[in-house]
Design a protein around this ligand. Structure first.
Ligand code: FAD
Ligand code: NAD
Length: 474
């Protein structure tokens, strides 16, 4: 006999597990089905984010940053150490421990909130029947008044550079190298390529990133992208733009690459190749015939503004639907859908979802870029301020980068705030709050900012929109 739930969530990533917890908090009888198996072969909650995404990548970024600071940045403070070394095994072990702490944490949260975890691969059948195939091949069925699909995403594989998880790896592989590769090739100068490329570069790898597009970080404001590119170049990241890969052949312990760029045919030999060319919705095998749930041309579940699929009681959230593939976006959708199911108001404003790239310097933004404003014919004005003129940044020896504020030319309403610099992953939220409250550049300019802080760059950039920055010429 099948067990009935008010809510069955498919997927326990940051979209699904958050939806399940919120639904249970609201008094709904909730189950969460997840197929992920961790490094130890046991079910592990938390999806991509906790197992092979946000959390482990940030753990390695932090370890490698400490090492890089010790080897490159401490001398200016008068600190020196002779022959510092990095124990990659210990670094990976620390990362694994953090992953286990957090995936185990979700198990505890499910327990305390009375969410029933179900391990196995779920297929949605018509009538909100969820069939679950466990690792041992046994099949069980759950029925639900509401199903929330949170199936997440998987890495895109290139046909001529297939993952062998030894020499040609995806994000999971690049988070688990046993030692620092001498030569690391990365396909795709996107978020994963830059973050994981930075990790291994800081530990001594020669890192070459091959990017198909002619513009660097095309989704970011191009002033910010250019400033970031200058810093990455100084760090020795070799980023080759407008380069189209045609071959990646494993020969012994090497990967031989062929690509074409503006100069013609090029070749490159690396020891490891990370392919990070984007992710696609993880919807394969998810839907049985006749559910009525539609997939778009990219395999994403089609939903409306409220994450409803158009089929009674079936919702979808996170990476497997439209919008940015970001953990916090999925979590907010999870909360909104659980609240809608419980008869409350629930909404996610995709226009104010912050983006962060955790390189050094960090890149962060919310809202429209200058390029988007131009393309959409929106009249705008901008103000920017460099960290080099911020006292705290100079005291920290973190002078790279700037803040740029874009406001509507007539109403002064904030359209976008863009940052590259130290700690901007934390600073961006001031702009998110201001934009959620429909604030103007004038609002940011009139808010008292503590001195000396990095956030003074936001204050000065907002003042600069009206050509009245205090600590630079306007
Ligand atoms: P997922 O986290 O992918 O979880 C989906 C879960 O559903 C998985 O456990 C999967 O096994 C399970 N599942 C799928 N289909 C089924 C099925 N049919 N039956 C049962 N279970 C199923 N985002 C950020 O915001 N910040 C970051 O710093 C960041 N860093 C990242 C670093 C890397 C290396 C990567 C790869 C991604 C990173 N992301 C980051 C993106 C972030 O991980 C995703 O946006 C987020 O995990 C999406 O959450 P989700 O719940 O939609 O899906
Ligand atoms: P991405 O979309 O960020 O970048 C992929 C890059 O690969 C793009 O620049 C694209 O032009 C390039 N590309 C595509 N095909 C190519 C080819 N054949 N040859 C060379 N270049 C090619 O994707 P990603 O880095 O794989 O990350 C996937 C998603 O995961 C991101 O979009 C993001 O949503 C999420 N993520 C977020 C964070 C974060 O928030 N800090 C970190 C990692 C991942």
């Amino acid at each position: 006999m099948s067990q009935h739930f008010d809510v069955v969530v498919i997927g326990a990533g940051p979209a699904g597990y958050v939806a399940a917890i919120r639904a249970a908090q609201l008094g709904l009888k909730t189950a969460c089905v997840d197929a992920y198996v961790g490094k130890d072969g046991k079910p592990a909650l938390g999806g991509t984010c906790l197992n092979v995404g946000c959390i482990p990548s940030k753990a390695l970024l932090d370890s490698s940053k400490q090492f890089h600071n010790l080897t490159h940045n401490f001398a200016v403070h008068g600190i020196s150490a002779s022959n510092p070394t990095i124990d990659v095994g210990a670094m990976i072990g620390r990362k694994d421990k953090i992953v286990k702490q957090f995936t185990g944490g979700i198990t505890m949260l499910f327990k305390s909130n009375k969410v029933t975890p179900v391990a196995g691969f779920a297929t949605l059948k018509p009538g909100r029947v969820v069939s679950v195939k466990a690792a041992d091949g046994s099949v069980s069925e759950l029925t639900a008044t509401n199903v929330i699909i949170a199936a997440g995403s998987v890495p895109i594989e290139l046909p001529f550079a297939k993952f062998d998880n030894k020499n040609i790896v995806d994000n999971a592989g690049a988070l688990d190298f046993a030692s620092t590769p001498k030569r690391l090739g990365v396909i795709g100068a996107g978020v994963i390529g830059l973050e994981l490329g930075s990790v291994w570069k800081r530990l001594g790898a020669e890192v070459t990133i091959i990017e198909a597009l002619p513009d660097f970080l095309a989704a970011a404001d191009q002033d910010i992208a250019k400033a970031a590119a200058r810093e990455f170049k100084k760090q020795g990241l070799d980023i080759r733009l407008g380069a189209k890969l045609s071959k990646a052949e494993v020969k012994g312990d090497e990967v031989h690459l062929a690509y074409t760029d503006a100069k013609g045919e090029q070749s490159l030999v690396v020891d490891k190749l990370l392919v990070a060319v984007g992710r696609r919705a993880g919807t394969q095998g998810l839907l049985a015939e006749g559910t009525g749930v539609q997939l778009d041309e990219r395999g994403r579940v089609v939903v409306d503004d409220h994450c409803w699929t158009g089929v009674e009681g079936v919702w979808a959230i996170g990476d497997c639907v439209r919008g940015p593939m970001l953990a916090h976006k999925g979590s907010e959708e999870g909360i909104a859908v659980a609240e809608l199911i419980a008869g409350k108001a629930g909404h996610v404003n995709l226009d104010t979802v912050p983006w962060v790239i955790y390189t050094e310097p960090e890149v962060a933004w919310v809202g429209k870029t200058e390029e988007q404003c131009k393309a959409e014919g929106i009249p705008y004005k901008t103000g920017s301020f460099p960290f080099a003129a911020v006292g705290r940044a100079v005291a920290m020896n973190e002078t790279a980068g700037m803040v740029k504020v874009i406001a509507h030319a007539e109403t002064d309403r904030l359209l976008g705030v863009h940052m590259v610099g130290a700690c901007v992953s934390e600073m961006v939220h001031e702009a998110v709050v201001a934009m959620e409250f429909k604030g103007s550049a004038e609002d940011l300019a009139r808010i008292c900012h503590a001195h000396p802080t990095l956030s003074e760059a936001v204050h000065e950039a907002a003042l600069a929109v009206d050509k009245r920055a205090i600590h630079k010429a306007n």
